[in-house]
Design a protein. Structure first.
Length: 126
């Protein structure tokens, strides 16, 4: 279960505006493994949306140890998720999974707001 927490003066998302982004158990495990492999014990996982990809918008994931003043911070099972204000409207309800498939393994984004997604699952359209 995810919850917003206050970190270093960064307030949680306002309660009047329900917002959630969550990780599956597989995604939590892989995020921790990757964070350890990269020697980034205090880094959070930054989730972003930008223009591009085959469907018009694309997801981004990166490790970051800086929390921005407009970030929404969600802590889940020892993994801190950071979402900037520009990406936030596109990510509400998002679930991030980690899957192993014939074409490879990687993070998969399950976005209930997406009207269209690409075959690789890393871009979408609203």
């Amino acid at each position: 279960m995810s919850q917003s927490v206050e970190l270093e003066g960064i307030p949680p998302a306002p309660s009047s505006e329900p917002f959630s982004v969550s990780l599956t158990e597989a995604a939590v495990k892989m995020a921790k493994v990757m964070r350890e492999r990269q020697s980034l014990p205090n880094a959070g996982l930054r989730v972003t949306v930008s223009g591009g990809g085959c469907s018009g918008m694309k997801y981004g994931l990166s490790f970051d140890d800086q929390i921005g003043p407009d970030d929404t911070v969600i802590e889940q099972e020892g993994v801190r998720l950071m979402i900037d204000a520009a990406s936030r409207p596109y990510l509400n309800g998002l679930t991030i999974d980690y899957v192993h498939a014939l074409h490879g393994a990687g993070f998969k984004f399950l976005n209930p707001q997406a009207e269209r997604t690409c075959g690789c699952g890393s871009s979408f359209a609203l």
